[in-house]
Design a protein around this ligand. Structure first.
Ligand SMILES: *[C@@H]1O[C@H](CO)[C@@H](O)[C@H](O)[C@H]1NC(C)=O
Ligand SMILES: *[C@@H]1O[C@H](CO)[C@@H](O)[C@H](O)[C@H]1NC(C)=O
Length: 245
C-alpha cells in the first residue's frame, strides 16, 4: 500500500509532462491511421488522477486482470469496432493523440488471443490463450539500443502470421519501461479488436494466460541489468517465444 502511494505521488508530480504513452490507433497495410480508440479498447484513468484523459498512465501489477488489455479493459469492449484484416497483413499501431512519443526505451510486444466460439468480442474479458507474434527487443548488432528507442517513434509494427486461423481476435499491444526495482516497471497495454480472414492452417503456440505469463522476479521485467545505459545484447523479452506462423 505504502509503495503504491509513493508511486502515485511520483506520477502525479509529472501530470501534464506526458512522459507516458499508449497505443490507440490502427493502420492496415500502410493505410491511414484510424481515429483514437476506434478499434482499440480505451483503458480507464487510474483512480487517483483528476478528470481528463489519463488513459496513458502505466500499470505496475502483473498479477491483475488489468494486465490483459489495460486498466478495467476486460469490460470495456462495448462500442469498439472490429477491424477486418487478412492473415499476412502489416499492422501499425499509433499513439493516442493525448501523447506525443514513446518516451521511454524498452521492449515492445504483440500477442493475439482468439475469441471463444459463442462469445461476442465486445463482451469478452480477454481471458484467452495468448500467443506472442512479435518481439521488438534490442537492435541486433548494437549493445544498448532498443528497437523502439528512437524518441521520434510513434508507432509499433507487426505482421499477422500468414497461417493464423481465421476468426475474431484481440491483439494485445504492449510496451515496457524497464525499471531496476521490483513492481516499478511500467506496463503500457491496450488491445485491438480484429477479425482475421485467410486460409489459416497454423497452430498458434506456445500460449500463455494473463495474468500468469509474467512475474515480478522475471529478470526481463525488473531488469536490474537491462535499463537504459546498460548492455542489452543478452536481453530476452518476457513471456513465451514468438510464433511466426
Ligand atoms: C510502421 O509502419 C508505418 C507505416 O505503416 C511507418 O510509417 C512507420 O515508420 C513504421 N514504424 C516503425 C517504428 O518502423
Ligand atoms: C474499474 O474496476 C474497478 C474494480 O472492478 C471498479 O471498482 C471501478 O469502478 C472501475 N472503474 C471504472 C471507471 O469503470
Amino acid at each position: 500500500m505504502k509503495s503504491t502511494t509513493l508511486w502515485a505521488s511520483c506520477l502525479l508530480s509529472s501530470l501534464g509532462v506526458h512522459a507516458h504513452y499508449i497505443f490507440a490507433t490502427l493502420s492496415i497495410n500502410h493505410g491511414p491511421y484510424s481515429p483514437d480508440w476506434q478499434y482499440i479498447r480505451k483503458p480507464v484513468n487510474p483512480s487517483w488522477t483528476p478528470s481528463g484523459d489519463y488513459s496513458y498512465y502505466p500499470m505496475f501489477d502483473v498479477y491483475s486482470t488489468d494486465i490483459r488489455c489495460g486498466r478495467n479493459a476486460t469490460t470495456l469492449g462495448g462500442g469498439v469496432q472490429t477491424a477486418t484484416v487478412q492473415a499476412g497483413d502489416h499492422l501499425s499501431v499509433g499513439l493516442s493523440s493525448a501523447v506525443s512519443q514513446v518516451s521511454h526505451g524498452g521492449p515492445g510486444m504483440f500477442y493475439m488471443a482468439k475469441v471463444p466460439e459463442g462469445t461476442k468480442i465486445e463482451e469478452w474479458d480477454a481471458d484467452g490463450d495468448w500467443v506472442k507474434i512479435a518481439d521488438l527487443g534490442h537492435v541486433e548488432g548494437t549493445r544498448a539500443e532498443w528497437v523502439t528507442d528512437k524518441k521520434s517513434y510513434k508507432s509499433m509494427n507487426v505482421t499477422i502470421p500468414a497461417t493464423m486461423p481465421p476468426g475474431k481476435y484481440l491483439l494485445r499491444i504492449e510496451h515496457l519501461f524497464l525499471r531496476t526495482g521490483i513492481k516499478q516497471t511500467n506496463f503500457f497495454v491496450s488491445c485491438a479488436h480484429l477479425e482475421v480472414k485467410g486460409s489459416g492452417g497454423g497452430k498458434p503456440g506456445p500460449t500463455v494466460k494473463f495474468p500468469g505469463a509474467y512475474d515480478d522476479f522475471d529478470l526481463a521485467i525488473w531488469a536490474p541489468l537491462h535499463t537504459q545505459g546498460y548492455w542489452l545484447d543478452d536481453y530476452v523479452t518476457p513471456g513465451p517465444s514468438v510464433w511466426k506462423g
